[in-house]
Design a binder for this molecule. Sequence first.
Ligand code: PLP
Ligand code: ZN
Length: 426
Amino acid sequence: MDKFLGYRCSLCGTEYGPTEITYTCPKDGGNLDVVLDIDHLRGKYQAADIVSRADSSLWRYLPLLPVAEFPPGATPLHTAGWTPVYSLGGLGEALGIKQLWLKDESRNPTASFKDRASALVVARAMETHAEVVITASTGNAGAALAGMAAAVGQKAVVLAPRSAPPAKIAQILIFGATVALVDGTYDDAFDLTIKAANEFGWYCRNTGYNPFTAEGKKTAALEIWEWWQHAHEEWHNKIGNGVEHAPLTVFVSVGDGNIISGMHKGFKDLRDLGWLPQIPRLIGVQAEGSAAIANAFRAGGEEIVPVAAKTIADSISVDLPRDGVRAVRAARETGGTYVLVSDDEILRAIAALGTVGVFAEPAGATAYAGLVRALQEGIVRSEDPVLVLNTGSGLKDVKAAMLAAGEAPVIKPTLAALKTLLRRQP
Ligand SMILES: Cc1ncc(COP(=O)(O)O)c(C=O)c1O
Ligand SMILES: [Zn+2]
């Protein structure tokens, strides 16, 4: 595979060959960026060659990913990504911004953004003939790994915190992975996963720890780039041609920081290829109760100090984010920032998205809650084009949805009872 040159440590810059190393930098534990042969790719492809590929999945970007061809098919692994972008005109108007879009990652095969990372890691596992893939997960990464692995007959093991929402665990069980609920936090599960991978010789998918997760997640940036080429034109028709505006602003919820850093990598690859003149502004949104990355950003440095995380948004509840440094840089280097939201704001965001037909889990609605907060704080102006990501389906955490929506009333099966109810709630 001539496009995949190896890895570069995000902390010390040391470069490693593709087979020299598997996870993080042995010198300092830094996350590794996958290094692609950009010169070779630039000589081989034009942007039009990529956007004209027939795949309606993340594999349309295979030429820009560090895996070789793999057997074709129509499984969940083959169909991850290529999620829709909705225009949320009504919500945008209510918020006082001219145009608002939402990219709906709940439309992935296992209903979260994590399918992107797991698809790449499973493709890599197939290439390297890994017998077993293990991951720690708050639930979604595990469901995604289990689903992608089941699709191609790969063995998978998932360690999740005992507190994970039952729907996510049900998915992992139904997909036939081996799953254990760890009596501890996500961070405890993370550490145990690495020990188990070393002990049994398994391939570890852990978010951020495995460099391929960011490569999978970068495909969302590639899709946004492709979408924005069309939407940008429409945007100018709306605000007037020649009118200056801020770059596209993208809101992303942040736990380990791997989604935002993976997306940043995707935009940087496109810039290095000469296909993207201006990288969108990336705004990371964390829960107030799980704010290690936002704290580092606000302190002006890169030191990630662990917190004792507690938030209703279980998917972004992380004590020590495993991709914190690159996540800080993603916002800093793109003119973005970090925004913090409370659990109440997250619940209100679930309800607001529901009014336009989008069902988000708490971590999925966090990006929208961040937009509301950013408007209040003057971080976004009315003429800025804005895209928020919904990273996971509301069906993943029905308990949280009921907290946002309240209980449904029960009535006797009579018209009179229905009329009484309708008088109370028109
Ligand atoms: C629904 C959802 N949103 C956001 C995130 C945050 O991603 P990251 O941990 O890479 O920052 C996750 C991670 O599990 C997730 O499942
Ligand atoms: Zn290093």
